[in-house]
Design a protein around this ligand. Structure first.
Ligand SMILES: Nc1ncnc2c1ncn2[C@@H]1O[C@H](COP(=O)(O)OP(=O)(O)O)[C@@H](O)[C@H]1O
Ligand SMILES: [Mg+2]
Length: 234
């Protein structure tokens, strides 16, 4: 690097830490009196914005953690109870390796949680990087979800995702779904990441009754490459 580039790199990194993160204090955030005040403080901060849906706004915090905050100002109780549900489930699933690690959360009003960052798989319509990584496409994940609903009684008796996929693959009268199940089974046996994704999906959906996780962008990978579900508050 030239001397100029060194100086530039230094300026940029001090800019990032002081201006993006420095104006936000997690301690101040935590001690604000109401969820509304915390929401306003967060939204006037310059924290890097990670995304949002109907129920949550998500920001990166300087420690490399991700702050998920319930949306206030619109939505009301149902929207706010989603984050509470996500916190309760995070506590329950703890170290199962299926959900992002939970570092801290709002113990009084359940308005925020601090979690491990996850590299999300692409949204439907974008490049299918889930397929590139796991061998399971968005369409295949959708088929798996349909399978679990259509053969829910068998799925509940099954010991694994593999068992229910195999069951459907061998059905004589499921002409529409059996070939799709065979394709899933092939991915399952060819790619350990397919197996990981489908077994984790099965655990969440069948063992814990967590629904609405059938979009690719509900899933992603942590820094160690472990597959995790990132939106499970519904
Ligand atoms: N652990 C995480 N790491 C990185 N980005 C995340 C994480 N959790 C959520 N996000 C981002 O924030 C967006 C909104 O979070 P999500 O939990 O889906 O909220 P909502 O319930 O409002 O849809 C996600 O689509 C994703 O882009
Ligand atoms: Mg979402």
């Amino acid at each position: 690097m030239s001397g100029f580039e060194d100086i530039l790199a230094e300026v940029v990194s001090s800019y990032i830490s002081e201006n993006l993160f420095g104006k936000f204090s997690l301690n101040k955030f935590k001690t604000l009196p109401t969820p509304e005040a915390r929401f306003d403080y967060l939204n006037t901060s310059a924290l890097p914005y990670m995304g949002s849906g109907a129920a949550k706004d998500v920001f990166a915090v300087s420690s490399g953690k991700v702050l998920k905050m319930s949306r206030y100002g619109n939505g009301g109780d149902e929207v706010q109870s989603q984050l509470k549900r996500e916190i309760e489930r995070s506590l329950k699933f703890g170290n199962s390796g299926i959900v992002p690690r939970l570092y801290d959360y709002d113990k009084n009003e359940f308005s925020w949680m601090l979690v491990e960052p996850i590299k999300q798989f692409d949204s439907p319509g974008d490049d299918d990087n889930m397929k590139a990584i796991t061998g399971v496409s968005v369409a295949m994940l959708g088929n798996f979800d349909v399978m679990l609903t259509e053969w829910i009684l068998e799925a509940e008796k099954a010991k694994s995702a593999e068992e229910i996929i195999r069951y459907v693959a061998l059905l004589k009268d499921a002409v529409w779904m059996a070939p799709r199940a065979k394709k899933l089974l092939e991915a399952y046996h060819n790619n350990p990441k397919a197996k990981e994704l489908l077994e984790k999906y099965f655990t969440m959906a069948i063992r814990h009754g967590v629904s609405d996780i059938d979009r690719a962008d509900h899933w992603g990978m942590d820094a160690d490459g472990s597959i995790k579900v990132l939106d499970f508050g519904m």
